[in-house]
Design a protein around this ligand. Structure first.
Ligand SMILES: *Cc1c(COP(=O)(O)O)cnc(C)c1O
Length: 395
């Protein structure tokens, strides 16, 4: 059998993935596992998904040849403009897919957890669109730190419930969401926001995000006369924008797969989120993957200036890309990312999300040839980060 970097039928990417969940959650994930591929293949589902991506999200997003950035780096750089999606990032591709899935499964109530609030907003948005009840769990500390996103969720009609245990951040919100799902297995769907969680979530989310790679292929064929670039570059928090940008190129070895993690203040400072370098194998959020943990196996708090990359694990697809060396993993510090964000703003007139700035920060370290065609996934826009940029540069 041909080696593949896609998930296998048991939910594994190499040795990573699976579904390590409490017994009580089994009926919920099993219902989803047994149905998701069938539902996604239905013409009616495809039609509704594609229609909403087009008319509501604003797809296809442009593949933009960044001429001034290209000249600076010394190769041909295209930006895949996910920042132009409704709500300002790629996350909506997945929440649209999952809310349609929830409807097909007969669910009427949606739960989610959020750290920085971006996934909470994307979930609240599609719940408003579909008139569904929406409950978003969020750590009490994060509620204080991310007030504008809390306000957005409320404006959209969602209920934001504080998680008050532990460190009162993302992992505590995740525990609350799982508890809720166990208690409400019949009417509730749990929308996970990245390629993490028990099988089938990583694969389902990757498939919903794969519209990014699908469009890139079509656009490159038109612009370059071939449907693949020499390299695809994306930032990795949990890994969903990266999974979507890589998806159709995973098994095409002529395409370099480049994953950029957040080094925070530096990988040896204990204030970092560079999971592939610092992490060890363990179980987080129901999946076996690489995660940052103490010697006795406690999950450690990650750090990055960018809230969306501040996650202690990476999805199992990425753990496998790292372990198998199919992916080139590299990290950018807060400082490198912030400077790259300022650079893109002034070279191209595009203010990127700080998450995305990490992907832009490493371009000059990758030894591209002048003839190389490189796609950078511009995962989100920087409006939400303006205060952080302003404070950092004292603008
Ligand atoms: C949430 C977010 C990320 C990180 O999440 P992934 O699942 O790794 O894509 C990256 N960029 C932006 C703009 C985000 O909002």
């Amino acid at each position: 059998m041909k080696k593949s970097y896609q998930v296998d039928e048991w939910g594994y990417y190499g040795t990573f993935g699976g579904a390590y969940i409490p017994e009580m959650l089994y009926p919920n994930t099993e219902e989803l596992r047994s149905q998701y591929l069938k539902i996604m293949a239905e013409p009616e589902f495809q039609k509704e998904f594609n229609q909403l991506l087009k008319d509501y999200v604003g797809r296809p997003t442009p593949l933009y040849l960044a001429q001034r950035l290209s000249a600076q780096v010394g190769c041909k750089i295209y930006l895949k403009r996910e920042d132009l999606c409704h709500t300002g990032a790629h996350k909506i591709n997945n929440t649209i897919g999952q809310i349609l899935m929830a409807k097909k499964l007969g669910k009427s109530r949606i739960i989610a957890e959020t750290g920085a609030g971006q996934h909470g907003v994307a979930t609240a948005t599609v719940c408003a669109l579909m008139g569904m009840e929406c409950i978003v769990y969020m750590g009490e500390v994060d509620i204080k730190r991310q007030a504008p996103n809390v306000a957005r969720m409320k404006m959209l009609g969602a209920q934001v419930r504080p998680a008050t245990s532990g460190s009162k951040t993302l992992k505590d919100a995740t525990n609350e969401a799982i508890r809720d799902w166990i208690n409400n297995p019949v009417n509730t769907h749990y929308i996970i926001g990245s390629v993490v969680g028990p099988h089938p979530y990583p694969d389902m989310v990757a498939r919903f995000q794969s519209v990014i790679a699908q469009e890139t292929m079509e656009q490159l064929l038109e612009l370059e006369g071939r449907d693949y670039p020499d390299a695809v570059v994306a930032c990795v928090g949990g890994g969903s924008n990266a999974a979507g940008a890589y998806y159709h190129y995973l098994d095409r070895e002529e395409v370099r797969i480049i994953a950029v993690e957040a080094a925070g203040k530096g990988i040896d400072t204990h204030e970092s989120a560079a999971t592939s370098v610092l992490g060890r194998e363990g179980i987080i959020h129901g999946s076996k993957t690489l995660l940052m943990q103490s010697p006795d196996g406690q999950i450690t708090e990650p750090y990055s200036i960018s809230a969306g990359l501040d996650y202690p694990g990476i999805g199992p697809m990425h753990a496998h890309l790292f372990r198998s060396k199919r992916g080139e993993f590299i990290s950018a510090t807060d400082q490198q990312a912030m400077e790259a964000g300022l650079m893109l703003s002034q070279l191209e007139g595009i203010i990127p999300a700080i998450e995305t700035s990490h992907a832009l920060a490493v371009l000059d370290q990758l030894n591209f040839k002048s003839t190389d065609v490189v796609v950078v996934n511009l995962s989100g826009r920087g409006d939400k980060d303006l205060n952080t940029y302003i404070d950092y540069f004292k603008l």
